[in-house]
Design a protein around this ligand. Structure first.
Ligand SMILES: Nc1ncnc2c1ncn2[C@@H]1O[C@H](COP(=O)(O)OP(=O)(O)OP(=O)(O)O)[C@@H](O)[C@H]1O
Ligand SMILES: [Mg+2]
Length: 375
């Protein structure tokens, strides 16, 4: 029984022995929540009472995973802007589509973290750090939100714009403050657009300052320990310092979705506006598109349908929009004849003349005439 809760107990002891009341309070509140979740309501209430009557309790923290505000986010001394944003995505709220391999890696990560208590009891850490990389719009930020939602933890996203101070030395100080804040409470720390720190090189900044920032980042990552969830994301993995790369236990490359991924995304993004057949059709004509592009086209189609008082996006509407947006299909797909030809070029087997006739509501001979015409 104790093993299940050892993770929180260890954090509370850590906080107490380092006189970090913020940490004691937030992990005690989390422990009470977990006890309650395990059916130990009496024990949970007892712990909450102790907390409320204590010095730590006066920090205003009653429920770590509830809606009570935690200690304020740290701000940059010069601009007075917070160096991070806080969000609390709810379980089931964040839709994420992944390849089978990425899904397995992520499931393992979540499983290990949920079993942190037992793992810590056996003397092995959890090392819940993930580095996400890959082209824009493929779900890196979405994945961080998904992890926070699944673990019911707040997501603390670093704001690189205010983290990088124009004043020498302040950037390292901001990084330190951010990590100290994250260490003091149960949360997911997310360093989005992580490469911005490495890219300071192009800002005409002196190399010495950049080195100091990288070193301070390394020190802070190490100090955060092997049991705090840390996620970083970058589009430019080649810009990352190899020492930083090594710090992350899981490395996940997110790329453009494959056929099954695109079908799953189409089903999500079109929602009730698409039948499973339409989702599959969309998957067939969106090879090469990112999740972000797919979502945009889907939302455009749904918007048009709503304004036209339709409760379904039709196949010709979806085809027109997808062909126009897919960077891999010819731009000039304005006429139906152009669209038929583009579909045939994409996949002759899938888009037989008979299928095209049924999709567009023409006769098969009309389709074959159109395909032969030059206009
Ligand atoms: N794999 C995915 N699963 C579900 N939705 C996705 C996926 N990829 C992209 N999306 C959709 O596209 C939007 C943009 O994705 P996201 O912001 O996560 O991309 P990113 O990889 O962080 O891009 P950037 O590098 O530009 O920050 C998301 O809000 C989501 O709706
Ligand atoms: Mg992003």
């Amino acid at each position: 029984m104790l093993r299940e809760f050892l993770f929180d107990v260890a954090k509370i002891v850590e906080g107490a022995t380092n006189s970090d009341l913020q940490k004691v309070a937030s992990y005690t509140a989390q422990l009470a929540d977990r006890l309650e979740g395990a059916g130990e309501t009496e024990a949970a209430n007892r712990i909450r009472r102790i907390l409320q009557n204590s010095k730590a309790g006066t920090l205003g923290l009653t429920k770590a995973t509830g809606h009570k505000a935690n200690a304020a986010l740290p701000v940059d001394t010069e601009s007075r802007l917070p160096v991070a944003d806080e969000e609390r995505p709810m379980p089931g709220e964040v839709k994420l589509v992944l390849s089978e391999a990425s899904k397995r890696a992520l499931e393992q990560f979540l499983k290990f973290f949920r079993a942190a208590g037992r793992l810590v009891a056996h003397g092995v850490g959890v090392s819940p750090s993930i580095l996400l990389y890959g082209p824009p719009g493929c779900g890196k930020t979405q994945l961080a939100r998904y992890v926070a939602a699944e673990l019911s933890l707040p997501l603390i996203t670093a704001r690189t714009d205010s983290l990088i101070s124009s004043y020498l030395g302040s950037t390292s100080k901001n990084i330190r403050q951010l990590f100290d804040h994250a260490a003091s409470r149960p949360c997911v720390l997310f360093l989005d657009e992580f490469d911005a720190l490495a890219k300071m090189r192009d800002d005409g900044r002196e190399l010495g300052e950049l080195k100091r920032v990288v070193i301070s980042l390394l020190q802070n990552i190490d100090a955060l320990g092997t049991d705090h969830v840390l996620i970083a994301a970058t589009n430019h993995e080649h810009l990352l310092d190899p020492a930083i790369w090594r710090r992350f236990h899981y490395k996940l490359k997110l790329t453009e979705p494959d056929f099954n991924g695109r079908a799953a995304m189409a089903a999500t993004f079109f929602g009730s506006f698409a039948t499973p057949e339409l989702a599959e059709l969309v998957a067939a004509i969106s090879d090469g598109m990112t999740g972000a592009q797919l979502r945009q086209v889907a939302e455009d189609c749904v918007r048009a349908s709503v304004l036209a008082d339709q409760n379904q996006v039709t196949a010709p509407q979806a085809i027109h929009a997808m062909l126009a947006a897919n960077p891999n299909t010819p731009l000039a797909s304005a006429t139906v004849a152009d669209q038929l030809r583009a579909l045939r070029t994409l996949d002759k087997k899938r888009f037989t003349q008979a299928r095209l006739a049924s999709i567009f509501g023409y006769s098969q001979s009309w389709v074959s005439d159109l395909l032969r015409s030059n206009t």
